[in-house]
Design a protein around this ligand. Sequence first.
Ligand SMILES: [Zn+2]
Length: 211
Amino acid sequence: MSTPYTPSVLKPKLKVGYYHHDHWRDINGSAIPFRENLTIPHVCIYGKDGSGYWSTTDFIYATTCHEVAHVSHWEMVGEGAFALIWLNPKTRIIPESWAEAVSWQLTRNEYKRFGDFALSSADFNFSKQVWSNNMNKYYTPIFIDLIDNINQRVKYSGLLNYPNDNVTGYTVAKLEQLLYAFMDLDLLEATLLVNKPSGVTNESIKELGFL
Ligand SMILES: [Zn+2]
């Protein structure tokens, strides 16, 4: 991710705050990188969501990575470009799904030292492989599916509303280099097609069903 965060007059560093309670909108976290308020951090993370239960620490870790990924994305493409893709319902899949991919990868990296069980638990909870196309259209595995080597349509008994994922070989680092070009789904597809890892075909990218 982008480092260092561009300092401002009032906030020389990116401030991340954890609140040991829920939020009135039942959100897990939020990021406002341009916030210039001395008492409120740029990134806010909440210990409880709408479920009424305390979140587990891996979930809090993943949420924090998700929100910081938004800040980094905002910095990399610029405030104006980020606002365009964020505010348009047709392109919001890009920043939200990107933040999910960064969050999944960083949570994997952090938890793998606790062994295979922690790794498979991080994958189960954060890799979005149980996402189907009748679920939320913003938080999707579109980027995770470019990286992982699981085909959830096969794994989940051939159900057609799971992505048919025969793509693997992209990395978070590679996709981050291309992030500036992902301004809409057409540009995302065109950029992926000309930056394919070896063994990936144009058809397999289209078969994922997002583009
Ligand atoms: Zn988000």
